[in-house]
Design a protein around this ligand. Structure first.
Ligand code: PMP
Length: 301
């Protein structure tokens, strides 16, 4: 597979208040974030010229930074605007949007009180998160070696770069074994999420999903729950034990990049994505293309 490296592309990246040519959006090797993972980020998608739930994502970025003990030197409105501006400058109506905030190179060591906080927004074309053919039939997953840490072990409510270390290792192991992704349990051995999306199970015609008490409470997850309720489905957020996954009839993932992705296997348990997965997949595809006012009405419902 030939990849165009992400540092060698045409376009513009918003960095610390201005749009800079893509190849000039650089950091020094002694950046605190690179050594100590003092970085938070977001993942958003623009559909038909509108970034889905933009302000919710920006607000989460600010909360993530606060959890990592730093303050973003811009307002939520300024970062919202930066996201829109970056997509527009790059000529996108449909793209992935990646805002991030990190500690700079002013100080090295665990203490980082003197570092400056930097912010950037990049946009790029990103189609289906999984191989589209596999995603259509439903992806195959195995278990991850790592578990999601307890909330008193890591800042689990933040979308912090450091939390993805165990995700990349787990995703690589799954891919090497021929799977598309890995299911991560939490520190108690309960079902948590995958390496980059939340998970839903259809059990006895109801939609079950774990409570996000030690992993990301996805914005897509919440949209899917609202959609399901709109379709008169019963939505149950509860602790889900690993032994229960064999009971589900349908399984799917939900995330900004993954959107709604059907799952056809988890570690030997097989599922047939049918009515409920299809309804929510189509519902989500329609929702992301509605105006912000229409989206708000659905989510309030
Ligand atoms: N969990 C993880 C680990 C993720 O990386 C993501 C994607 N941001 C999600 C869940 C889903 O979150 P969202 O729907 O807000 O994109």
């Amino acid at each position: 597979m030939s990849l165009v490296p992400f540092d060698d592309r045409d376009g513009w990246i918003w960095m610390d208040g201005e749009l800079v040519p893509w190849r000039e959006a650089k950091v020094h090797v002694l950046t605190h974030a690179l050594h100590y993972a003092s970085c938070v980020f977001e993942g958003e998608r623009m559909y038909d010229g509108e970034i889905f739930k933009l302000t919710e994502h920006t607000e989460r970025l600010f909360r993530s930074a606060e959890i990592l003990d730093f303050e973003i030197p811009f307002t939520v409105a300024q970062i919202d605007e930066a996201c829109k501006q970056t997509a527009a400058k790059n000529g996108f109506a449909d793209c992935y949007v990646r805002p991030l905030a990190w500690r700079g190179p002013e100080q090295m060591g665990v203490s980082a009180q003197q570092t400056k906080i930097h912010v950037a927004v990049a946009t790029w074309a990103w189609g289906s998160y999984f191989d589209p053919e596999q995603a259509k039939k439903g992806i195959r997953m195995t278990y991850a070696k790592y578990r999601r840490p307890a909330p008193d072990t890591a800042p689990t409510a933040s979308k912090a770069a450091g939390l993805y270390m165990i995700c990349t290792i787990s995703k690589h192991a799954a891919e090497r074994a021929g799977y598309a992704d890995a299911l991560m349990l939490d520190w108690r051995g309960r079902v948590a999420e995958t390496t980059g999306a939340n998970i839903f199970f259809v059990m006895d015609g109801e939609l079950h999903t774990p409570e996000p008490d030690c992993f990301l409470d996805g914005i897509t997850r919440r949209s899917v729950m609202s959609l399901a309720r709109r379709h008169q489905m019963k939505v149950v957020e509860r602790p889900i034990e690993a032994v229960e996954i064999g009971r589900a009839s349908e399984v799917f993932l939900a995330g900004t990049a993954a959107e709604v992705t059907p799952v056809r296997e988890i570690a030997g348990h097989r599922y047939t994505p049918t009515r409920i997965t299809e309804t929510l997949l189509r519902g989500y595809d329609a929702l992301v293309r509605q105006s912000p006012a229409e989206v708000a009405a659905v989510v309030a419902g």
